[in-house]
Structure formats: C-alpha cells, structure tokens
Design a protein around this ligand. Structure first.
Ligand SMILES: CC(C)(COP(=O)(O)OP(=O)(O)OC[C@H]1O[C@@H](n2cnc3c(N)ncnc32)[C@H](O)[C@@H]1OP(=O)(O)O)[C@@H](O)C(=O)NCCC(=O)NCCS
Length: 154
C-alpha cells in the first residue's frame, strides 16, 4: 500500500468522507469553497481528505479530516495530518487551529501531533447542530479549541 498526499480542488473533495467528520452538509458546503483541500491517495483512490480554511492573517483552521472507515487505523490520518501541519509550517504560517469534541480518540490524535488546547466553546455542538452527536454513548456538547503556534516552537 503506497499513500501519497496531494492538494486537490475543493470540488474534488468527496462529500461522503467530509460528512464523517462533520455531519452537517450545509456547514461543509459553506466552508468548502474557501478551503485548501488535501487528499490521501492509496493505490490511486482517495482514502482520506482534509480541508483547511484561512482565518486571521497567518492563521488557518483545519475544518475537516476524515479517512474512509474501511481504511482507518492504518496510519493514513496520521500521514495526512502530519503533511498539513508541516506544510503550513514550511509556508511560514503563524498558527493552525482545530475544533474538536471534549473526549474521544480524535482529541488524543490532535494532541499527539502538537496541537494544544487554548479554549473551550461551551454548548457549541448544541448550538450548531440540529441532531445530537453521540460518541461512545455520550452526547457531544462542548468544543475544545486546539492550536499549534508555529512561532512559539523551539
Ligand atoms: C480521525 C481519523 C481521520 C484518523 O484517521 P486514521 O487513518 O484512522 O488515523 P491513524 O490510523 O493514523 O490513527 C491515528 C490514531 O487514532 C486512533 N484511531 C483511529 N481510529 C480510531 C477508532 N475508531 N477508535 C479508536 N482509535 C482510533 C489510532 O489508533 C491512532 O492512535 P495511535 O497513534 O495511538 O496508534 C479517522 O479516524 C476518521 O476519519 N474519523 C472519523 C472522522 C473524524 O472524527 N474526524 C475528526 C473530526 S474532529
């Protein structure tokens, strides 16, 4: 299995994958046109996708990262996230942010790659989604905001 990461046009990012990370198609369609999208190609097909939008000058937000469920837990998500983090560092970005739930393996996934909590957005998932988002039998309510501050790296 050979995995390569490529930047793709937002229109080529598979909606079925994006909806794994963000169940609101309306929200995904709202941020996608302004996003830079990256795809993990495995043997020529898209196995993973990541979308990043510009925020304040020098600051970017990772809005979505998802891997095809049949191909998860094989390192593809790690390769995609590492590629994106390193690419923004190389390009001279100041900061990369992400919002995620307050529990679950995704939180460890981001922290393992250097993203640190800087804020909690209470009731974010209650305010922004019509349907309850349940994981491990627990409803997601609050969002943790994490960031890498490239300028503070040793
Ligand atoms: C998050 C995601 C992109 C990671 O992709 P992946 O290809 O599975 O990632 P990796 O194989 O590189 O694994 C990364 C870590 O997550 C863990 N992990 C991945 N899927 C997991 C699962 N379903 N349950 C528990 N741990 C899981 C892996 O074990 C690994 O941990 P390790 O580094 O200690 O071994 C993928 O699981 C996914 O698409 N999830 C659904 C969408 C989502 O939640 N996106 C993030 C929104 S905040």
């Amino acid at each position: 299995m050979s995995t390569t990461i490529h930047e793709i046009a937002p229109a080529d990012a598979p909606m079925a994958l994006l909806l794994l990370a963000d169940p609101s198609e309306r929200k995904v369609r709202a941020y996608l046109p302004a996003a830079r999208c990256f795809a993990a190609l495995v043997d020529g097909s898209i196995a993973g996708v990541c979308a990043v939008v510009p925020r304040a000058p020098g600051s970017h937000e990772l809005m979505n990262i998802a891997v095809d469920p049949a191909r998860q837990q094989r390192g593809i998500g790690t390769q995609l996230l590492t590629h994106v983090i390193d690419m923004y560092r190389r390009e001279g970005a100041a900061r990369l942010e992400v919002g995620t739930g307050t529990f679950g393996y995704q939180l460890a996934f981001y922290q393992r790659h250097g993203l640190r909590v800087f804020q909690i957005d209470r009731d974010f998932f209650l305010r922004n989604y019509d349907e309850a988002i349940i994981e491990d039998g627990i409803q997601h309510r609050d969002m943790l905001r994490l960031a890498i501050d490239y300028r503070q790296e040793g």
